[in-house]
Design a protein around this ligand. Sequence first.
Ligand SMILES: [Zn+2]
Length: 447
Amino acid sequence: MPHRFPALIAAPAPGQGRLWLTGARLFDGTGGQVRDDAAVLVEDGVIRRVGRASEPCPEGARPLDVGQRTIMPGLVEAHTHIMSETPRTPRGAEPFLPGTPAHFLQAELREFLRMGVTTVRFTGAQAELPQEARQAMRYGAFRGPRLLTCGKIISVTAPGGRFYGTMYREADGPDDMRRAVREQIRAGADFIKVMTTGARSNELEDPDPLQLTAAELAAVADEAHRMGYRLCAHAEGNAGSEAAITSGADTIEHGIFLHQRPDLLDAMAGNGQVLVPTLSGYYWMAGLGEVIDPATAQRAPEMPPALVELADINLKNGTASMRAARDAGVKIALGSDKEVCAGLEIQRMIFHGLTPVQALVAATSTAAQALGLAGHVGTVEEGKLADLLIVDGDPLAAPGLLADPARIWLVLQLGVPVAGQALEREIPGPPGPGPDLSQQAAAVLPG
Ligand SMILES: [Zn+2]
């Protein structure tokens, strides 16, 4: 039996009544093309029916003509972190107070929602920042994405424990591993994350070997699954990937060299295990900035040269692994390993070989499956939660629009309009070019 997701329990209040989104094109997240003349009936925060724009507005529903824009599922970011980074202060400026990073996190969560990301899985964070932010959102302090957390990442005692603040729970021996899993469940985790190998973002760890013993990994996997929690495994080299796959991890994060092991990819496909390729993380570590095509970058690396060199190797192999996984029929979920850049990650996945449909499915329905939330989010279908994104244009023909705030027209969370261009009303002034969105926004604003 699956556990209760703290992320679902903490949902804010859903929209009340019926909303008829009409005059739409539709990308439903299941893998088909964008289709025309669609309409979606939302009732009390849930998608009640997908219909045709030619139908009359259903009884008692408030109509909203979306003007031939595309309705799609809210994006799902399956791999990112809370580093609680704050801007660098000038020398002599007052140091940050202990509570200040939480405000920066709130700003980041608002930004996720503004860019159409309605669900985020944090695969590592500082202290209890995700749980605290989630609690604040539950009671209406601000709006942000549905938020899943692993609590702390479970790792053996390793150099990484010194690099990432409070992100790790180091554990050694099967009993301590089991206890570490229980601690995360106690702290409100939605899933369990384990490090099977070192991390490529610190100079003291390597992609190989397998970092924990078979007995330790078995204890983590057994305790997580016994309690109904999904297991997310950080795995860089193939020793870690193999152990993660054979121990039944539900998602394999990075899996950089899996193209060298077709047998492992076949096993993943057969078991329904999901690969999260995290390309944007490699771009960042290689100092490639915001580009899609690495060849066009003006490099500005922030890491030591050895790690930058490693990032280039990882990008080359990680993209080959993603393509091989796709060819082997492995499910692929979007995970950028960076803050608010799902739109960029989608374009990078396409640049490195996925079709636009494959990349958008990775960012919606497959990412929802990776999280164990496929029954709730990730597609525009009857019975799913009305976490919807309405964009200007066709995201399959022009995926770049998903990284452009001006093209993110409206974001609905449980049927409530919560972000987007349509809600950002211009201060009245002399008439200018472009459509007047404010009247349409007024139609969906509460009260
Ligand atoms: Zn990560």
